[in-house]
Design a protein around this ligand. Sequence first.
Ligand code: NAP
Length: 279
Amino acid sequence: MSESRFIRAGVMGWPVAHSRSPVIHKHWIAQYGLQGTYVQLPVPPERLGDAIRGLPALGFAGCNVTVPHKVQALRLMDDLHPVARRMAAINTIVVREDGSLYGMNNDGAGWVQSLRDADPAWRGDAGPALVLGAGGAARAIVVALLDEGAPEVRLTNRTREKAEALAQELGTQVKVVDWKDRNQAMAGVSLLVNTTTQGMQGHPALDVVLDDLPAGALVSDLVYIPLETPLLATARQRGHRAVGGLGMLINQARPAFHAWFGVMPEVTPALRAALQATF
Ligand code: NAP
């Protein structure tokens, strides 16, 4: 991709004003001195097809896709990365040279990288994991854990049927645990992951007790507003390593930026500071 070309990308969602993706991508555009922009693309669900099909004509290199479009957008792609196919959702669209649309999902890889940034020795096959929640983000996490060799993924959700549907689709290593048994299900795990909305600003804290969580277990919370959730604070008080959601947000953006702008960007303290200034 020629650096002299003006490159357009953005984030498509409904609503989209809350998205921090423009902060990340604009930071990198400036850092690498590129000619381009990254804009908000507020698109209601009933206009999604028109909007996505219009990307090549509008000269877009691609866009991110966020809530509530991640599943529907996948159906509009000409081609899919195999991981996106298994996640049954996309978070990135790349417009290829011939105008065809390629869908990727970098959420799982971004999350794994955020754990490795916090603990370079982290391994997905170190032991069972307990995943709380069975929404869109949980699907990405469970697929990533299986791809990293997790021997067992315990999956628990307030609405049990959603966890069961996910387990049925993703294989026998995924074991559904009733929501009321979530605390006891921590026994023997090497990783606890919150993928629910609990602990987010404006939501109550996640209702869990960590007494049965083994001392060496890593705690991951996908929530990044606030940066330090009650779950992370409690985990740290108990001596666990604890990783918030900001690293996932930043790391999932890297391959998308690379696909559009031709540069694999670095994660720097300046980028983290720019993001933290928006909270
Ligand atoms: P989603 O599809 O709407 O799923 C929400 C999940 O939260 C469901 O499992 C839901 O359970 C559960 N939940 C909601 N209220 C609950 C309650 N009162 N008690 C227990 N469980 C409750 O949302 P999502 O897209 O997966 O996002 C989930 C979280 O991940 C959000 O906080 C989001 O910001 C975060 N996230 C972070 C990143 C990142 O880059 N760091 C990326 C994606 C998502 P039910 O099925 O019973 O409703």
